[in-house]
Ligand binder design. Structure first.
Ligand code: ADP
Length: 400
């Protein structure tokens, strides 16, 4: 099963996307519909609203008087919080019930208008945002839905801005064009990403990188890493001591293999083992075949380089997750090298030249291990330089 969080500003085209995904076979959990259901006439939710806000909130037909409810909470954050405390837990419970009855191989799409505002995005293995410019959205709301223009503008203004939504998005579906163009984009997303992602998750299969290919640095890498790190930190809970973006994509300006390397620090690898199943469900299945880094000459004890390794299941994003004990040699080394390369442009250029040589030599070699091995001697020689830099700059690893 894959759970996808779907969101977008009002009028962006969320419902249109949700409909198309359902045509492909997605199971839709529509939080707006559930929010109406849990306070429907005769419901226990409506009884609680009456208990909190008074019987005048119910119309003669026994239904919640929505315009009246809206006027009660408008401009009164405390009242809004009380209403949300009644509605939100019930919506969550109903969502969980619906998800529990979905088939094992379902792609569940949760349409949540306020997913970003509610900071819920880390709870989803994938977040899809539908985007259209604010002016275009107003035109559509007024044109096709017949909403008064002032009303449409006021609703837009009450929501997260586009930058916040973009930051939460693994996938942005641009709905600036025609409905047919949007549908084509949804069809491609379904076939190329959601279906294989679901299958990888169900089979706890990771996406592997083939022969190494260096690409120009992508300015989106840090934001992608931040999204992945938030997911991992949520799963890790108290067992996690912090998630850091490490490896080449964490060094600004450095061409690299398009892989986001992340390091989760834990107190002991027992904690890592306890997290393995939940990380797999969240999109990061374990790769037990890789259980340590190669010991470096500075510390040849293999035990000090033990780790747990997980990959990513999303075919749209290669991820390597290294789980290491805070304070261990391997943990410190990943952070030191990153920070040294960030600080020393000359070392960075040298490292890049060596990577280019390894890339050329491994161009036809699908085994990613060989490329990694070719880089090891350079690292072995570089480590004492990085240590000297640490000493002279007073560098300390984060968390230490
Ligand atoms: P949301 O669910 O995000 O509020 P909808 O999917 O209901 O948005 O779309 C808002 C309105 O705009 C609907 O009336 C819809 O039919 C219309 N619409 C959606 N996409 C387009 C498009 N690409 N071109 C024109 N109208 C569109």
């Amino acid at each position: 099963m894959l759970r996808v969080g779907l969101t977008g500003g009002i009028g962006s085209g969320k419902s249109t996307v949700a409909r198309r995904l359902v045509e492909h076979g997605a199971v839709l959990v529509d939080s707006d519909a559930l929010a109406r259901e849990v306070v429907a006439a005769g419901s226990e939710g409506l009884a609680e609203i009456v208990g909190t806000f008074g019987p005048e909130l119910v119309g003669p037909d026994g239904e919640l008087d929505r315009p009246r409810m809206a006027s009660v909470v408008f401009g009164d954050p405390a009242a809004r919080d009380r209403l949300n405390a009644i509605v939100h837990p019930r919506v969550r419970r109903r969502s969980d019930e619906l998800i529990a009855t979905a088939p094992d191989d379902a792609i569940v799409v949760q349409d949540i208008p306020l997913l970003v505002e509610g900071r819920m995005s880390p709870a989803f293995p994938l977040v899809v945002v539908v985007h259209a410019d604010a002016e275009e959205r107003v035109r559509r709301l007024v044109g096709s839905r017949g909403m008064p223009e002032d009303d449409a503008r006021a609703r837009l203004a009450a929501q997260a801005d586009d930058a916040d939504r973009r930051a939460a998005a693994d996938v942005i579906l641009d709905n600036s064009g025609t409905p047919a163009e949007l549908e084509a984009a949804v069809d491609e997303l379904w076939a190329r990403r959601l279906v294989p992602f679901e299958e990888n998750l169900r089979l706890r299969r990771t996406v592997r990188s083939g022969s190494p290919r260096l690409v120009d640095p992508d300015p989106e890498w840090p934001a992608q890493a931040a999204r992945l790190a938030a997911r991992i930190a949520l799963v890790a809970g108290d067992r996690g001591l912090g998630v850091e973006h490490v490896g080449s994509t964490a060094v600004p300006g450095l061409p690299a293999k398009d892989v986001i390397d992340l390091q989760l620090a834990v107190r002991s690898l027992d904690d890592a083992d306890a997290l393995a199943g939940a990380l797999g469900e969240a999109g990061f299945p374990a790769r037990p075949d890789i259980d340590r880094d190669r010991p470096k000459p500075v510390d040849p004890d293999p035990e000090h380089w033990a780790k747990r390794f997980h990959g990513g299941a999303d075919p749209g994003r290669l991820v390597h997750l290294h789980i290491r004990e805070a304070g261990s040699a391997g943990w410190r080394y990943a952070l030191l090298l990153r920070d040294w390369l960030r600080a020393d442009a000359g070392a960075c250029a040298e490292y890049l030249a060596m990577k280019r040589r390894a890339e050329r030599e491994c161009a036809d070699d699908p085994d990613p291990e060989r490329y990694a091995e070719m880089k090891e001697p350079w690292f072995d020689a570089a480590l004492p330089r990085a240590e000297r830099w640490a000493e002279s700059s007073g560098w300390r690893p984060p968390l230490a």
